[in-house]
Design a binder for this molecule. Structure first.
Ligand SMILES: [Zn+2]
Ligand SMILES: [Zn+2]
Length: 134
């Protein structure tokens, strides 16, 4: 995705594409890692002066609210963000700490949800040892 394509993509999803937001989404989308806000802040190009941790958090929250980024259900570390919104599970290696995307053919099936509850998102989160650690 080029920066121009990112700008169009953001605009299509109701996010005004400021230079900072384009850079943040571009980073998250191109790295294909599950970055924390701090990792994003450190990796941003240095010409983006004035980008603070707050800017990064605000942009990420906006992306999440607009459905183009989701957070990873990994509560052992800081919140991680994911620009891959296609159905996939996360496999976290308990040895090296890497998180792998495992494709799913459909969203994971839900337990029976009681009346009065509404579901926003369901994630499949698996821990174990990856191929290099086992
Ligand atoms: Zn591993
Ligand atoms: Zn992922």
């Amino acid at each position: 995705m080029t920066e121009k394509e990112v700008a169009n993509f953001l605009a299509e999803h109701g996010v005004r594409p400021s230079a900072q937001r384009v850079a943040i989404y571009h980073l998250l989308h191109s790295k294909r890692h599950h970055l924390t806000a701090d990792e994003i802040l450190q990796a941003l190009p240095s010409h983006l002066v004035g980008v603070t941790r707050m800017t990064v958090y605000n942009s990420l929250n906006l992306f999440v609210n607009n459905g183009i980024v989701r957070t990873v259900a990994d509560y052992e570390t800081a919140r991680r963000y994911d620009a891959n919104t296609s159905p996939h599970a996360h496999f976290k290696c308990t040895d090296c700490g890497k998180i792998f995307d495992i494709p799913l053919s459909r969203e994971p099936s839900l337990p029976e949800i009681p009346n009065g509850f509404s579901v926003k998102e369901a994630q499949l989160y698996v821990t174990g040892k990856c191929h290099s650690c086992s």
